[in-house]
Design a protein around this ligand. Structure first.
Ligand code: 6PG
Length: 467
């Protein structure tokens, strides 16, 4: 009896995805050179499921039904090319290779083309939801060859998270689209995480204890801020350290790590270009978090002794509203980037499907995605969700409190760069006329870069300052 699906790389994500697939009735085989990982895979299989671990790649390939369906979950970059090189002599025309890691979409594009010539299907698939999601239901973002997608669709639909009966997986476009969508997902993830951490900073400055922070975030998660990231944040404040009496969050170093996907989102947004300043700011703040020694010195040089004296309930409501506002702006910027990339990079990314897939399983799942799903159902060609009436009324309902909170952050000296970036973008975006006419005049003044006029068509240059 041949197996339905193979997995290369039995780290926790690969193992969990495979076990999830086996739980849904598929027979699966995993390959890892590390024999301990193969035994761990078999030992953790649900009784009655068909799960095998092997330490020879050729053995795995022989065990698979044709056309073979093989996924790899290995670190992005050279390891993916190495796996492809070792698979090529073993595969046949029509077989499907899936890269389920966080590869950059340009690498995926290159691999799709390389393997297309050999009549092997290559798909880049974004998988979100962390370890737990992989085991019980991730959000899956496939892109690439649509006929290859049809081959693996039953498996992906079976293992994906569900919203009602709808699996959180759909074909999301051509070539590198799956990895592009996952990259932007991660950019939005960076933005929302930064916004939550700024909200935390303001509430902590105002004197809330970890217990109170837990209660605030828990109640927010029961309202319109309902989301996975707010939910886990509420949990984090309760966690006690097992080494000291402290709350764990208080003893964690403030240097944030990153693996690159947020940075890629910013870099690629500038290539298009599309403005995603909340994401850019989130990336920058992780960088600033690494300047620990300088920050310690600067905190002495620029010390502030501002203290909070105000109505705490009012402040909590303002933080809530500002977080809601800025979260909408983060999605808006990421989705605007996908809208533009879909056209400019010829990927045909269906935005109604993207937001629908993000409703369950992934790190940025939130009740707001229901609103965006209905916005795109009304108008699939929406260039920016801020132009949707319902989204506009949600934004306007929290606008005043957002302004008050940002004024508070500025006055108290609490860093709130991403919250501020969201409002700054909003105010520019809603400006019928920006002050960039002056930039055009300056460019023409010093560099004869020319300008267009509002009243007469054509291109103009002026010898400035000569009258
Ligand atoms: C997900 C996550 C996942 C991973 C990020 C973390 O959707 O499940 O995005 O892919 O947690 O890569 O990224 P950083 O290490 O850059 O924060």
């Amino acid at each position: 009896n041949l197996f339905d699906f193979g997995m290369i790389g039995l780290g926790v994500m690969g193992r969990n995805l495979l076990l999830n697939m086996a739980d849904h009735g598929f027979s699966v085989v995993g390959f890892d050179k590390d024999k301990a990982k193969n035994s761990a895979l078999e030992a953790s299989a649900t009784p009655g499921t068909t799960v095998k671990g092997v330490s020879e790649l050729s053995q795995m390939i022989q065990l698979l039904q044709r056309p073979r369906k093989v996924m790899m979950l290995v670190p992005a970059g050279q390891p993916v090319d190495d796996v492809i090189a070792s698979l090529l002599p073993l595969l046949e025309k029509g077989d499907v290779i899936i890269d389920g890691g966080n590869s950059h979409y340009t690498d995926t594009l290159r691999r799709v083309k390389y393997l297309r010539d050999k009549e092997i299907h290559f798909m880049g698939i974004g998988v979100s939801g962390g370890e737990q999601g992989a085991r019980t239901g991730p959000s899956i973002m496939p892109g690439g060859d649509q006929s290859a997608y049809e081959n693996v669709r039953p498996m992906l639909e079976a293992i994906a998270a569900k919203v009602g009966d709808t699996p959180c997986v759909a074909y999301l476009g051509k070539e590198g689209a799956g990895h592009y969508v996952k990259m932007v997902h991660n950019g939005i993830e960076y933005a929302i995480m930064q916004l939550i951490s700024e909200s935390y900073a303001i509430l902590k400055y105002a004197g809330l204890s970890n217990q109170q922070l837990h209660e605030v975030f828990k109640s927010w998660n029961e309202g319109k801020l309902q989301s996975f990231l707010v939910e886990i944040t509420a949990d984090i404040f309760l966690q006690k350290d097992d080494k000291t009496d402290a709350h764990l969050v208080d003893v964690i170093s403030d240097k944030a790590g990153s693996k690159g996907t947020g940075k890629w989102t910013s870099q690629d947004s500038m290539e298009l270009p599309v403005a995603v300043p909340v994401i850019d700011t989130a990336v920058a703040m992780r960088t600033v978090s690494g300047y620990k020694d300088e920050r310690v010195k600067a905190s002495e040089l620029y010390s502030s002794n501002a203290t909070f004296s105000g109505d705490i309930d009012e402040l909590i409501q303002q933080v809530h509203d500002a977080l809601y506002f800025a979260t909408i702006l983060s999605y808006a910027q990421g989705l605007a980037m996908l809208f533009q990339a879909s056209k400019d990079l010829n990927m045909d990314i269906p935005l109604p499907e993207v937001v629908s897939v993000w409703r369950g399983g992934c790190i940025i799942r939130s009740s707001l995605l229901e609103v965006f799903t209905s916005a795109y159902r009304q108008s699939p060609e929406l260039s920016n969700i801020l132009l949707n009436q319902e989204v506009a009324s949600l934004v306007k309902s929290v606008e005043d409190n957002t302004r008050s909170l940002i004024a508070f952050a500025a006055k108290s000296g609490t860093p709130a760069a991403a919250l501020m970036a969201s409002l700054a973008y909003f105010d520019a975006y809603r400006s019928e006329r920006m002050p960039t006419n002056l930039i055009q005049a300056q460019r023409d003044y010093f560099g004869a870069h020319t300008y267009q006029r509002t009243d007469i068509p054509g291109t103009f240059h002026t010898e400035w300052g000569q009258q």
